[in-house]
Design a binder for this molecule. Structure first.
Ligand code: CU
Ligand code: ZN
Length: 520
């Protein structure tokens, strides 16, 4: 037995903190209270907060977990469960063939794409052993490519039947629901007539539907209505991913969407959202800078097509019409020239003496450049974070700092999301109470997922726990040096086993693949 003694418990429900000991045996919390006479290994938690392990509802760690099974960037934040397969993409459903170029590009790990189903992928993850728990969603875009490849337009009735059957199988394999990424192809090819019957499959098993909306800027409101319509018609639990309004001219719209969500909740629709505590996002430079029609191909082909003068000229003339804030667009990853990283497109264009859109076309002709876009209002992000139905979620991928530092610039949210909320927005700003903030990282996401044994401290629950110092907890990852672990996270238990002890990783891999419908 392990006894965490003298700590201040925030149990994940939002209830007021209490000072109490917690005893763990095997993978379970067995007792809470005054346990001074109990026998066992003691961890002194006086002056520390003891909370359930954090549950990150929105990650892409399906792409990296086989390469980084220590899940260091996650567990060192206190994250003990991650939901992978978001934004319509699930590496566990992808194959080694060309239409899965995106999944292959993001994948990091051994023996790539030797699986054909989620159950085979999950078995490989289990065989490898992982530090934290991992849950899966079926990704609509990946699923669609399995049936239709890169085909545009509506599926035939036979295609749709095959997608439904594939989804049903994936849900039986333990996926917790379906994700869509409607902003990018092939998700952008799908209309309501395709999405609704798939989400209906999710509803029949009580799963969750998470969506990266069709638009997060000028058409945010329509995109939210589209998602709400699916939820209303199918009865599925709806999770709007990384709610935000991109672009200065759209600031204020995310707050309006909070009111819409509130109204739908009052009308009995099970809808909620999540947010990451950053005002910039990273995405392909082509995604933010090229007209939509010029992106309708696998990303790798874009560089080649831009070498054709006719194509480039047509793209350039459309780009000249687009309103893009080039100062707010920074280069995150430029494989062809690392010295460009961290600089704005405006600055690069000035230096080269050309128009910003011409600079973008030059950069993209040379390689698949990734951008940081400062597009979100800090004030609005805070308002989204305060809404009672908002979970904290990273939209990151699990990593190891030493290996991520140079090869790829990652978004700091991979390393800092949860301690950033606790240190900056709770301790320093008092935006949320500690109890409320912990609830948004534990009990709330557990309920969105349908997990009953996690996200709460009570006897009988799984022993996923974090012990942290509320006086020092803070992120240290920045856009310039993103691969930095946070401070103040002292002990982290996954299924009763310490994966972080006194701030250091233990090397243990007690994590599990979580499967819907099993006693997780
Ligand atoms: Cu995502
Ligand atoms: Zn997304």
């Amino acid at each position: 037995m392990v006894i965490i003694s003298g700590g201040t418990l925030l149990d994940g429900t939002g209830a007021p903190r209490i000072v109490a000991d917690v005893a763990l045996s095997g993978d379970t919390i067995v007792a809470i209270g005054d346990l001074r006479d109990a026998a066992g290994t003691r961890i002194d938690a006086r002056g520390r907060f003891v909370t359930p392990g954090f549950i990150d509802l929105h990650t892409h760690s399906d792409a990296t977990v086989l390469g980084f099974p220590s899940m260091s960037s996650s567990v060192r934040q206190g994250v003990t469960t991650e939901v992978s397969g978001n934004c319509g993409m699930q590496v566990g459903l992808a194959l080694g063939t060309p239409e899965f170029e995106l999944e292959q590009r993001l994948y990091h790990g051994p023996r790539p794409f030797c699986w054909t189903s989620l159950s085979e992928f999950a078995a490989q993850v289990e065989e490898q052993g992982i530090a934290g728990n991992l849950a899966f969603l079926a990704g609509h875009g990946t699923l669609r490519k399995r049936v239709m490849g890169w085909q545009r337009g509506a599926p035939t009735p036979e295609d749709l039947a095959r997608m439904r059957a594939f989804l049903r199988q994936t849900l039986e394999d333990g996926a917790f629901g379906l994700s869509t990424g409607l902003e990018y192809p092939p998700g952008s090819y799908a209309t309501h007539a395709e999405i609704a019957p798939l989400v209906a499959e999710v509803a029949t098993v009580g799963g969750v539907y998470t969506t990266h909306l069709r638009n997060e800027g000028d058409h945010l409101a329509e995109a939210v209505e589209e998602a709400l319509r699916v939820a209303r018609e199918t009865g599925a639990r709806l999770q709007i991913s990384h709610l935000k309004a991109e672009g200065r001219r759209n600031w204020g719209k995310a707050c309006e969407m909070l009111a819409r969500i509130d109204a739908e909740r009052a009308a009995g629709i099970d809808v909620a959202c999540d947010v990451y505590p950053y005002t910039a996002f990273m995405t392909g430079l082509w995604v933010v800078a090229l007209p939509a029609w010029a992106q309708e191909m696998p990303a790798e082909e874009i560089s080649e097509r831009l070498k054709e003068p006719g194509f480039r000229d047509r793209v350039a003339s459309d780009m000249a019409e687009m309103e893009i804030d080039w100062e707010q667009l920074q280069i995150a990853i430029a494989p062809q020239d690392r010295s460009l990283q961290g600089r704005s497109v405006a600055e690069i264009a000035r230096e080269r003496g050309i128009a910003p859109h011409e600079a973008v076309l030059d950069l993209l002709t040379e390689g698949l450049v990734v951008a940081i876009v400062f597009a979100i209002s800090e004030e609005e992000m805070r308002t989204v974070l305060r809404a009672p139905f908002t979970s904290v979620a990273s939209d990151g991928t699990t990593r190891v700092a030493s290996e991520a530092a140079d090869e790829d610039r990652v978004h700091p949210r991979c390393f800092g999301t949860f301690p950033r909320v606790l240190g900056r927005y709770v301790r320093e700003e008092g935006l949320l109470s500690w109890e409320e903030a912990i609830h948004r990282m534990t009990g709330l996401p557990a309920s969105r997922l349908g997990l009953r044994q996690r996200g709460v401290i009570r006897p009988g629950a799984r022993a996923d726990l974090v012990v942290f110092d509320p006086a020092t907890v803070l992120d240290t990852a920045t856009f310039v040096t993103p691969a930095c672990y946070p401070q103040g996270i002292e002990h982290v238990f996954v299924n009763g086993v310490a994966v972080v002890r006194d701030g250091e990783e233990t090397g243990a891999r007690p994590g599990r693949v979580l499967r819907r419908g099993q006693a997780e």
